[in-house]
Design a protein around this ligand. Structure first.
Ligand code: GTP
Length: 597
C-alpha cells in the first residue's frame, strides 16, 4: 500500500465512554465482519478483560475505507502496562478522542491525551452517545477546548450505539490524520509492537514497518535479542486473519516465524533484515523488568506440579512476569513470581485460579530492595538485590537498605484534593508540584514504590469516587530506614506474612495487620496470640479468644441433613486453610491482612 493511502490511529477514551462499541462499529461499517459475527464485541477478547473493563493485550485491526487502509490500534489501559502502551502509540500517527456527551471530559482522559500529544499525534475529538437524553454535546465541546486545549469545532457528534457519525469519523481519519513516513528502498526496519502465543500459529508478532518491507521467506534479525528467524507468515487482522504477501513502510500487521515462546520477543525491539541489516535500532527500546514480587503457593500441597505446569503455560504468553521455585517453612513448595505491578499480579493470580482451577495462597507483595552488606569474616562487602523478605540477611551485616522510588502524576478534581494529599503524605510522599489544568489539580509526587504496591491505587480510586487518575514511572533507588517485620501467630513467625516496612510506619502497619488477622483467623479451642515484631521486639499484639466447648457441641445437634451440610462445609473450609503449627489460617487472610486501613 502506498504511504499516502495508510492511516494509523488509536482510540483514547475514559472507561465506559464507548471505545469498544465505536471500534466494533468502525469494523462493521468498513465490512470486516457480518452483523452476526458482530454480536460479540471483538476487541476485548478475554473474559478477565471484559469483567474488569480494561484491555490487557494490544490488538490491531485493518480497515478499508474509500481506497485507504486504516489501522486501528487498541492499547492497554493501565499503568502497569505503560511501556506497551507507549510502543503502541509510537506505532500510530493519530488518535480518536472519544468523550461521552453526558459525562464530559474525565481525569483519565486527560492523562491519555497528554501521552498521545507526546507522540505528536493528530487528535480528532468525537463526542459520543449524543442519543442519550442527558447528552450535552455543546457543553462537552467547550470542555474539550477549555480543559484539554484541543480545537473541537469540527468534533464529530456521534452515537456508536445507534451508528450516527460513523462515516464522518472515517472520513476525518483519512482527511486529518497524517500518513506515515518511510523509505521503501531502505533496509527493513520494523518495530515489534506486541506479541502473544496462539495455539495454532505459535508466537504471533504485531509489527509496525518503518522502512523497507517484510516478506514471507525472509531471514529477519531482532536487534536487541540478537536472534534470527525465518518469516513464515505475513498478514493483518481484519479482524479475521488475512495473509498478505508483504508489509511495506508505514504498515501495521503481524508475522509469525516459528517462534515458540513470547519470551524471545521483546516489545520495542527492532526487526531488520538479517542479510542487509538497518544501521541503527529504533529509539526507545526498554527491557521491562518485574517490579513487584510475591510468592504463590498451592493451598493443597499436592497441586504443586499442576501449579508448575500452569505457570509455565501462562508464561508462554506473557514474558513480562518471571518465576522461580521457592520453599517456605510454612507453605511448602511454591514459586516466587515477579510482575509489572499489582494489577498484573492480580490478573495472573486470577487466571491461575480460574482457568487452571487452582487454589492459591499469595504472600505479601514486595518490591526489589538493594541491600549494602558490610564486610564479614568470611565474605567481602557487597550489594545484593532482595526480592523476598524471607531472605533478609542478618541485620548486623546491613549497612544500608535502598528502596525503589517512583514519580507519580495524579489528576484529581478539586473537591477530592485534600484527601488525596493526605493519602500521599501518609505514604511518605514528597510533593513536587501542584498545578491546575481547567478546574482539575495535577499533582506530582515522589513516593516509595513499597507504599504504592499494596493498595494505593484502590485507595486513590475510592477516595475520589473513581475520578482520580494515576500514572507513574520509576526514578531509582534511595536509602530508607527499613526493617523486616515478622508476624507471629501463636508465637511462631509466619514467613509468608513477613514484610519490609519503614520504621516510622511499622507500628501502625503491625497494629493493622494484627487487628485484621484477629478477625480473619477463626477461633480455635485455645487462645491464640497474634504479634507483630521487629527482631525480638514486639510492637503490636492481639489475642483471639478460645472457642468455648459447648458452642461446638451445639453445632453438631439438629437433623441429619443439616449435620451433613455442616460437615461438607467444614471439609471445604479445611481445604482452604493452612496449618501453622496447631493454628489454621484461611487462605484469604494472607492478602486481606495486607490491605491498609
Ligand atoms: P471499557 O472497555 O470499559 O473501557 O469501555 P469502553 O469505553 O470500551 O465502553 P463500551 O464501548 O464498552 O461502552 C460502555 C457502555 O456505553 C456500553 O453499555 C455501551 O452499550 C454504551 N454505549 C456506547 N456507545 C454508546 C452510544 O453512542 N450511546 C449510548 N446510549 N450508549 C453507548
Amino acid at each position: 500500500t502506498p504511504l499516502d493511502r495508510i492511516r494509523n490511529f488509536s482510540i483514547i477514551a475514559h472507561i465506559d465512554h464507548g471505545k469498544s462499541t465505536l471500534a466494533d462499529r468502525l469494523i462493521q461499517r468498513t465490512g470486516g465482519l457480518s452483523d452476526r459475527e458482530m454480536s460479540a464485541q471483538v476487541l476485548d477478547n478475554m473474559d478477565i478483560e471484559k469483567e474488569r473493563g480494561i484491555t490487557i493485550k494490544a490488538q490491531t485491526v485493518r480497515l478499508e475505507w474509500k481506497g485507504h487502509v486504516l489501522n486501528l490500534m487498541d492499547t492497554p489501559g493501565h499503568v502497569d502496562f505503560a511501556y506497551e502502551v507507549s510502543r503502541s502509540l509510537a506505532a500510530c500517527e493519530g488518535a480518536l478522542l472519544v468523550v461521552d456527551a453526558a459525562q464530559g471530559v474525565e481525569a483519565q482522559t486527560l492523562a491519555n491525551v497528554y501521552q498521545s500529544i507526546e507522540h505528536d499525534h493528530e487528535i480528532l475529538p468525537v463526542i459520543n452517545k449524543i442519543d442519550l437524553p442527558a447528552a450535552e454535546p455543546e457543553k462537552v465541546r467547550a470542555e474539550i477546548e477549555d480543559i484539554i486545549g484541543l480545537d473541537a469545532s469540527e468534533a464529530v457528534l456521534a452515537s456508536a450505539k445507534s451508528g450516527i457519525g460513523i462515516d464522518e469519523i472515517l472520513d476525518q481519519i483519512v482527511a486529518k490524520i497524517p500518513p506515515p513516513k518511510g523509505d521503501a528502498d531502505a533496509p527493513l526496519k520494523a518495530m515489534l509492537v506486541d506479541s502473544w502465543y496462539d495455539p495454532y500459529l505459535g508466537v504471533v508478532i504485531l509489527v509496525r514497518v518503518i522502512d523497507g518491507s517484510i516478506k514471507k521467506g525472509q531471514q529477519i534479525k531482532f536487534l536487541a535479542a540478537g536472534t534470527t528467524h525465518l518469516v513464515d507468515r505475513v498478514g493483518a487482522f481484519r479482524p479475521k486473519i488475512e495473509q498478505l504477501g508483504q508489509l511495506g513502510p508505514g504498515e501495521i500487521g503481524f508475522i509469525t516465524a516459528q517462534i515458540k515462546e513470547v519470551a524471545q520477543t521483546a516489545v520495542g525491539d527492532t526487526i531488520t533484515d538479517a542479510k542487509k541489516p538497518a544501521a541503527a535500532p529504533l529509539p526507545g527500546f526498554k527491557e521491562v523488568q518485574p517490579v513487584v514480587f510475591c510468592g504463590l503457593f498451592p493451598v493443597d500441597a499436592n497441586d504443586f506440579e499442576k501449579l508448575r505446569e500452569s505457570i509455565g503455560k501462562l508464561r508462554l504468553n506473557d514474558a513480562s512476569f518471571s518465576y522461580e521455585m521457592e520453599t517456605s517453612a510454612a507453605l511448602g513448595f511454591g514459586f516466587r513470581c515477579g510482575f509489572l505491578g499489582l494489577l498484573h499480579l492480580e490478573i495472573i493470580q486470577e487466571r491461575l485460579m480460574r482457568e487452571y482451577d487452582l487454589d492459591l495462597i499469595t504472600t505479601a507483595p514486595s518490591v526489589v530492595y538493594r541491600i549494602h552488606l558490610s564486610h564479614s569474616k568470611t565474605e567481602d562487602a557487597k550489594v545484593i538485590e532482595l526480592h523476598n523478605p524471607a531472605d533478609m540477611p542478618d541485620p548486623n551485616r546491613i549497612e544500608e537498605i535502598e528502596e525503589p522510588w517512583i514519580e507519580a502524576t495524579i489528576y484529581v478534581p478539586d473537591e477530592y484534593l485534600g484527601s488525596i494529599l493526605k493519602l500521599c503524605q501518609d505514604r511518605r510522599g514528597i510533593q513536587k508540584d501542584l498545578t491546575y489544568v481547567g478546574g482539575r489539580a495535577q499533582l506530582r509526587y515522589e513516593l516509595p514504590l513499597n507504599e504504592v504496591v499494596f493498595d494505593f491505587y484502590d485507595r486513590l480510586k475510592s477516595i475520589s469516587r473513581g475520578y482520580a487518575s494515576f500514572d507513574y514511572h520509576q526514578i531509582g533507588h534511595r536509602p530508607g530506614d527499613l526493617v523486616k517485620m515478622n508476624i507471629l501467630v501463636n508465637n511462631e513467625a509466619v514467613d509468608a506474612l513477613s514484610m519490609i516496612v519503614h520504621r516510622g510506619t511499622a507500628e501502625a502497619r503491625g497494629r493493622g495487620m494484627c487487628e485484621r488477622l484477629k478477625d480473619l483467623i477463626p477461633r480455635h479451642l485455645f487462645k491464640i496470640p497474634i504479634q507483630a515484631a521487629i527482631g525480638g521486639k514486639v510492637i503490636a499484639r492481639e489475642t483471639i479468644a478460645a472457642l468455648r466447648k459447648d458452642v461446638t457441641a451445639k453445632c453438631y445437634g439438629g437433623d441429619a441433613s443439616r449435620k451433613r451440610k455442616l460437615l461438607d462445609k467444614q471439609k471445604e473450609g479445611k481445604k482452604r486453610m493452612r496449618e501453622y503449627g496447631s493454628v489454621s489460617i484461611p487462605q484469604e487472610a494472607f492478602i486481606a491482612a495486607l490491605r491498609m486501613g
